[in-house]
Design a protein around this ligand. Structure first.
Ligand code: GSH
Length: 247
């Protein structure tokens, strides 16, 4: 087990999904964070032929994509379960995982990078904080704008991006049951995914790394999101986010 290695990006919400699953299941692992935006796509490509992290090395297998990694962890370390036992509940939990991955995560990312790229000083501090290439103001803003574009972010799609993030919050409020969880009576992959993907908006104190600094425009948008949804995200972190199992 000592050679379980997570290749990750500290600030990334998709990467947080996998860290949370590893920590919850108490899997001792090492973490490697190749320079984000510079080295990380090459490391990912070399390992999986796709440019994205997270990538997990587990039992001699190299697995890319947070959903596939959680599936593999669930098989190898079934306790505590993240997939509900009941087939109908399991289907709903996996659908919600997919919804937050596909319909919310890309939009929160393109919105945040685009807004940061409009403030050169913030962009420069952000790159330094990320452990990426240290660039001065305008150059940093251009680099971050490039990342935003890579993720589909430009002025024309900002309203759509905000609408998707809001829809994610509304989906939480619509799905949360009397138990306080999205599916059934227990914490599942649905809750873990929603709470990971929306962490940049909720800024939970349990986040294990430095939370990115956002411009006023992002903070104002965050403050306009339905309170109950972000409170729910913070509660999931408070009640279900264990400390790191990194060795
Ligand atoms: N569907 C993938 C998405 C992962 C992803 O988009 N990772 C980003 C960081 S947030 C990445 O590595 N991007 C590099 C690139 O696209 O070049 C997952 O769930 O793991």
């Amino acid at each position: 087990m000592a050679d379980t290695v997570l290749w990750h990006i500290e600030i990334s919400h998709y990467n947080e999904k996998v860290r949370w699953a590893l920590d919850l299941k108490g899997v001792p692992h090492r973490r490697r964070a190749p320079m984000p935006g510079v080295l990380h796509p090459f490391v990912a490509l070399a390992k999986t032929r796709r440019p994205t992290l997270p990538v997990l090395e587990l039992d001699g297998e190299t697995i890319g994509d947070s959903t596939r990694i959680i599936g593999a962890l669930e098989r190898r370390f079934p306790e505590p379960p993240l997939y509900p036992e009941d087939p109908g509940e399991r289907r709903r939990a996996l659908e919600l995982e997919d919804f937050f991955d596909e319909e919310v995560a890309p939009h929160i990312r393109r919105f945040a990078f685009y807004e940061i790229s409009r403030d050169p000083e913030l962009a420069s501090r952000g790159l330094r904080q990320l452990g990426s290439l240290p660039l001065p103001g305008r150059a940093a803003a251009l680099a971050v704008r490039g990342v935003a574009r890579r993720y589909g972010g430009n002025e024309d799609v900002m309203e759509d991006a905000r609408a998707h993030v809001r829809a994610g919050c509304e989906r939480i409020l619509a799905e949360v049951g009397p138990s306080g969880y999205l599916v059934g009576d227990a914490f599942s992959v649905a809750d873990l995914t929603a709470a990971s993907i929306l962490y940049p908006a909720a800024q939970p104190p349990e986040f294990q790394y430095e939370v990115p600094e956002f411009p006023a425009s992002v903070q104002e948008f965050g403050a306009s999101l339905p309170d109950g949804a972000l409170e729910w995200v913070r509660r999931m972190w408070r009640e279900h986010r264990p400390p790191s199992a990194e060795v």
